[in-house]
Write a protein that binds this ligand. Structure first.
Ligand code: ATP
Ligand code: MG
Length: 653
């Protein structure tokens, strides 16, 4: 047997584990035997999961993979996604249950029951029909986190139209490219949105974006801030006038299991966003199954809160489709976490007795930076499951989260997945898994993933390489909108002889065979022939008590090939310690993972460039580290961050 060189060095070790609590396990939805059951007959397992939905016509085949990589799930089945998320709960007698506790940024609130949700969705569906929207038509939605965003998405699903949700904070250019790519017929937006206590215009941006956009027939505007907006008489309609005039009755039509549900563009962390296509039956099955088991969700008992934006896939799968299919009662919050104060999330959890909270590492590290004393002021005892998604979570942030938010008591589930996978793929199961800070651990029952080397061979325990998905899964993407070649090229060409889906992420197995995500393959650094992951060096930095956040890139280096350059944000209480602090951090990394990973350079910065979904954009930092003109910043949450960083570096701060 030939020795395969690992695609990634495996450096950082983490030995803490948290076994499940016996009382929790006794009541948990997930059971340990699900893994074996799913392994022994995957198709039977998924067929059983699909039974949680209402099918108007039952499928005849679980999966058809004969035309790989184009999958069909629950072939021949027919269902209505919106009916499954709304009407059937009302019909089952839960019309009075609150579906959404909506919390506006300025403090206004609205509780929406399932019966009210049904009325709102039906009105919106009738409104879209009245405008001539038909199955397969595309509707672009650029809205902030207001209930109408959810009504609009479900209304599209109900009539078989596809939505393409665009982040509320995106620029006119970003909106326009998505509207054009999908040839959207309708755009739904609002007059303006509250951001950090101020009303910012939205409609005016949309008008700018749609200048000369040929596909768009109508623009529907939700009134939120009440500010004056420019108006095009022949094109624009107020949401409240349009939907207010409609009936609350609408008979849902059953669509094919493979009927397209939506297009969603990826975050653009690594390059030009891709329009990911998702369909109906398999998608809804997997998001409902994962939402129930990964979060141990109990309808009618739990209060669930996913802090994602609706413009991100997490908002689609774990605010709209999964939770509503499972009859969740959930909090939807419009605003930013520090408006009007840095305890806003904890205040909301205390008030609504939130029991399941799902957020992103970027926010957890921000909370750490703001200080332990802020969450300590609130009663968080209702929490029983905490989740994380979006980036690898640094072990220190994981432990902080469990300790300071979860009271040292709650399971923490680190969920790995992508826009492309549609639903959670790798995650611990609360009540079953002994969790490890920083590791997503095992593919869920019914899911198969491997870590492989350059030639596609699985690496041994302790080894590192590329994460692949070696078997089709129900909520997998069905393509890249309008670009089959890009679909095949991006995901299926790297390991085409094995037929594996290439996720683009680096990963390793630990000695127990648990999976650790190591960041983007594009971001892997090569230092004197050693392939080092950005995640491990960042986690080593974050494990130092003065560091709140760190981003690491490989910058070209005449002697070592690449040198490690770190950008570090210090914690609230830590002063900028100058050269001495830099030396201490360099030595800390060397001690934690070895001298090879010692950063060549460490720069203290006030902020890091992040996408709107909260991911660090390392490619921009690489531009800074290599003294280049900074690249495309259109999907950045705040494009001024790059100027702040560059200016700070020039002035030597
Ligand atoms: P683009 O593909 O356009 O660059 P993106 O990959 O950031 O954008 P998403 O689909 O939102 O768009 O993000 C998926 C990626 O997020 C994963 O490939 C992975 O890199 C990262 N990720 C998500 N959850 C986790 C997690 N729990 N642990 C580690 N990484 C994660
Ligand atoms: Mg991606």
């Amino acid at each position: 047997m030939t020795e395969q060189s690992p695609a990634l060095q495996n450096l950082l070790t983490e030995n803490r584990t948290f076994p499940p609590d016996a009382d929790f396990s006794a009541q948990a939805n997930a059971k340990a035997d699900m893994y074996d059951k799913a392994d022994s007959d995957r198709e039977a397992f998924w067929a059983e999961q699909a039974e949680r939905l209402h099918w108007d016509t039952k499928w005849t085949q679980v999966v058809d993979w004969s035309n790989a990589p184009f999958a069909k799930w629950f072939v021949g089945g027919k269902l209505n996604v919106a009916y499954n998320c709304v009407d059937r709960h009302v019909e089952a007698g839960f019309g009075d249950q609150v579906a959404i506790h909506w919390v506006g940024e300025p403090g206004d609130t609205r509780d929406i029951t399932y019966a009210e949700l049904k009325d709102e969705v039906c009105r919106a569906a009738n409104a879209l029909l009245s405008l001539g929207v038909r199955p397969h038509d595309r509707v672009a939605i650029q809205l902030q986190m207001i209930p109408e965003a959810i009504f609009a998405m479900l209304a599209c699903a109900r009539i078989g139209a596809m939505h393409s949700v665009v982040f509320g904070g995106f620029s006119p250019t970003a909106l326009r490219s998505r509207v054009d790519d999908a040839e959207a017929k309708i755009v739904i937006t609002s007059d303006g949105q509250y951001r950090r206590g101020k009303a910012a215009p939205m409609k005016a941006n949309v008008d700018e974006a749609l200048e000369g956009a040929e596909s768009v027939e109508k623009v529907i505007v939700v009134r939120r801030t009440g500010d004056d907006v420019p108006w095009k008489e022949d094109r624009d309609l107020w949401w409240h006038e349009l939907t207010g005039a409609q009936s609350t009755e609408h008979k849902p039509e059953a669509f094919d299991s493979e009927h397209p549900l939506y297009i969603l563009y990826t975050s653009g962390t690594t390059g030009k966003p891709k329009g990911i296509l998702h369909t109906s039956g398999g998608y809804l099955t997997q998001v409902a199954y994962t939402h129930q088991n990964v979060f141990d969700h109990k309808p009618g008992e739990d209060v669930y809160w996913c802090t994602a934006d609706i413009g991100w896939v997490t908002g689609h799968s774990y605010i709209v489709y999964g939770p509503l299919a499972n009859r969740a009662t959930q909090v939807v919050y419009e605003g930013t976490p520090n408006t009007p104060h840095e305890g806003r999330h904890w205040e909301i959890i205390q008030q609504h007795k939130v029991s399941i909270y799902y957020t992103a590492p970027t926010l957890i590290r921000t909370f750490m930076k703001w200080g332990d004393e802020i969450p300590a002021k609130y009663d968080l005892s209702s929490l029983r499951v905490l989740g994380s998604v979006g980036e690898p979570i640094n072990p220190e942030a994981w432990v902080w989260y469990r300790e300071h938010i979860g009271g040292g008591r709650t399971p923490v589930v680190d969920t790995w997945w992508q826009t492309e996978t549609g639903g959670i793929m790798i995650s611990p199961l609360p009540g079953v898994t002994a969790t490890k800070p920083g590791s997503a651990q095992r593919p869920l029952p019914g899911i198969s993933a491997k870590v492989v080397d350059d030639s596609g061979n699985e690496v041994p325990h302790g080894g590192g390489g590329y994460l692949v998905l070696d078997k089709p899964w129900p909520s997998m993407l069905r393509g890249v909108w309008g670009d089959d070649e890009r679909f095949k090229e991006t995901y299926w060409s790297r390991f085409s002889s094995q037929g594996y889906y290439f996720a683009g992420d680096g990963a390793k197995y630990d000695n127990d065979g648990d999976i650790w995500l190591l960041g983007r393959v594009d971001d892997v650094m090569n230092v004197s022939g050693h392939r080092i992951s950005t995640t491990e060096v960042e986690s080593a930095l974050v494990s130092h008590p003065t560091v709140a956040e760190a981003a690491v890139v490989g910058a070209s280096d005449p002697t070592t090939g690449q040198g490690i350059v770190a950008f570090v944000i210090l914690r609230g209480s830590a002063a900028d310690g100058g050269e001495q602090a830099v030396q201490e951090l360099r030595n800390h990394v060397a001690k934690e993972i070895g001298p090879i990973a010692k950063p060549r350079q460490i720069m203290m910065v006030p902020e890091l460039p992040k996408t709107r979904s909260g991911k660090i954009m390392r490619r921009l930092l690489r531009d800074v580290a290599e003294n280049r003109q900074v690249g495309d910043v259109t999907t950045l949450a705040d494009s001024s961050v790059m100027e702040l960083i560059s200016a700070g570096l020039k002035s030597g701060k």
